[in-house]
Design a protein around this ligand. Structure first.
Ligand code: NAP
Length: 483
């Protein structure tokens, strides 16, 4: 154990948060690590005090100063509009990497017991549909923007490789839906393929996300590191937690270039809060990740081994994981964990952990924007109750005197005008694609304004997207059925 005293921001959180955090602190102390815990607030009480983000200034300052936090679960307000304090914390400090190890634990029986599952999901944590940019396009059609940046992809992919190296892992799978979302999910795949050769010591493989879910249930032992986009990762990491016994025992880290925050995956379980029933394992294993981050590798291993020994003994387990009727209180489980510090479980080969090199990319907002962007048309989204043919014919006529002409209309991604046969059950939001009449001309804003003004004489437009070329290549996708 090192002689260093580490200062760590501690957010005990809501519900069972204080129960599992205090148990974790006791084990860390018993393992001989010196931590100066700087207590900070977030969550329920803070919302109630009128702070809309659920995170007060003092907590932000503490995190900015200490750079490391152990956080209990925070209750997300339901019904009074505020954003989640968890999401606020992740976004505020650009905690771009959510990492969730998933290891078969002794004494926790699952249908997968014996397969030797030992993997980690590295999920992008701030972009994608979680940017939370949603708009009602018509009273009955909602839209959510899926934003994926090249920089975001590069950061999470490099982090996945760095974790693989730090933990002596051999393989990184990149799981995407690039076959359908060629630009957004496709960007993740392309950046993965670009960066993979920089890590020749690690096997790299792309996998379609749905097949990844399928293979995880068939052969979970074949996976080592899985890197993926936010929404995919949200679902996949719950799946992998389920493989080894559920959310209640799953640890996680939210990593950024500057700040890292460790937390259990489970929520605040208010029904059992303060009743000496909560299982602190997930929080404790999150603290094990934190200790490695702080360079306390020996203590981390000692605590991890104690968890394994205690679970393996199975004589003092909390009710959620003990055989029916045999559960003990948090206090007795905690005592067993402390008693078992220094013991080594059977068949345990510790990994040779090294510090993780967190990727540091330039702050320049245009990082990765190396291609020349030119505009050749626009998609105008129109809210209209008209039928397809009447709307199409109308827009052809309205745009006649502008530099752009209607190429096609699609409804929820399927081309419906000019008619292609088949039957689309249309809704009242239409993507109307206009291209420059002169194929060699670039579209100016004046051209676009003329078109929009002409369409707006009869129709309600709700959204406009310019169509660009990047170094001559189309920077937009075609509708189903569009040539
Ligand atoms: P939850 O708090 O994880 O609890 C669901 C159930 O799981 C509990 O009722 C309890 O089951 C069991 N459980 C979870 N953790 C446990 C532990 N450590 N020890 C023993 N049992 C445990 O999920 P939820 O009910 O959906 O969410 C409650 C609140 O937590 C919500 O406000 C939600 O927004 C928030 N939340 C926060 C985070 C976070 O801060 N990262 C994450 C998820 C949810 P029994 O009923 O069988 O005892």
């Amino acid at each position: 154990m090192s002689n260093t005293t580490h200062t760590v921001t501690c957010i005990a959180g809501d519900g069972i948060g204080p129960d599992v955090v205090s148990a974790t602190q006791e084990v860390i102390k018993a393992a001989g690590v010196n931590i100066n815990w700087e207590n900070a607030e977030a969550g329920y009480k803070v919302f109630k005090a009128g702070v809309k983000s659920g995170v007060p200034e003092a907590t932000i300052d503490s995190l900015a100063k200490n750079k490391v936090a152990l956080k209990g679960p925070l209750e997300t307000p339901v019904g009074y509009g505020e954003k989640s304090a968890n999401v606020t914390l992740r976004k505020l400090f650009e905690l771009f990497g959510n990492t969730r190890p998933c290891v078969e634990l002794p004494g926790i029986q699952t249908p997968f017991t014996g397969k030797g599952i030992d993997l980690i999901v590295v999920r992008e944590n701030v972009e994608d549909l979680y940017a939370g940019i949603e708009h009602m396009q018509t009273p009955s059609v909602a839209q959510c923007l899926k934003l994926i940046s090249r920089k975001g992809c590069e950061k999470i992919i490099r982090l996945a490789y760095e974790i693989a190296r730090a933990e002596g892992r051999k393989k990184v799978h990149c799981a995407t839906k690039a076959n359908i979302m060629k630009l957004t999910e496709g960007m993740m795949k392309r950046v993965f393929e670009e960066i993979a050769p920089e890590y020749p010591d690690i096997e790299s493989q792309h996998i379609i996300i749905d097949n990844c879910a399928h293979q995880l249930v068939r052969v979970p032992e074949d996976f080592d590191v899985i890197v993926t986009t936010n929404m995919n990762g949200d679902i996949l990491s719950d799946l992998t937690s389920g493989l080894v016994g559920g959310l209640g025992i799953a640890p996680s880290a939210n990593m950024g270039a500057d700040v890292t925050m460790f937390e259990a995956v489970h929520g605040s379980a208010p029904d059992i809060a303060g009743k000496n029933l909560a299982n602190p394992t997930a929080m404790l294993l999150s603290a094990v990740m934190m200790l490695r981050h702080l360079g306390e590798f020996e203590a981390a291993q000692k605590i991890e081994q104690s968890v394994f020994v205690t679970l393996g003994e199975g004589t003092a387990l909390t009710g959620d994981i003990a055989p029916k009727g045999k559960g003990v209180g948090t206090d007795k489980y905690l005592q067993a964990l402390i008693n078992n510090l220094g013991k080594s479980p059977d068949n345990y080969t510790p990994r040779d952990y090294k510090p993780i090199k967190i990727p540091q990319l330039p702050e320049d907002p245009s990082y990765g924007s190396t291609k020349l962007q030119t505009f050749i048309g626009a998609d105008i989204f129109i809210a209209s109750p008209m039928d397809t043919k009447s709307l199409g014919d109308d827009l052809v006529a309205l745009s006649e005197k502008t530099p752009l002409k209607l190429k096609m209309i699609s409804n929820r991604g399927t081309k419906v005008y000019p008619a292609v046969g088949g039957k689309t059950d249309c809704v009242d939001q239409w993507r109307c694609r206009f291209m420059m009449r002169d194929e060699n001309a670039q579209m100016t804003d004046t051209d676009l304004m003329a078109l929009v003004s002409a369409c707006a004489t009869k129709h309600i437009w709700v959204h406009i997207e310019k169509l660009c070329l990047l170094d001559g290549e189309e920077g937009f996708t075609r509708a189903q059925g569009e040539d």
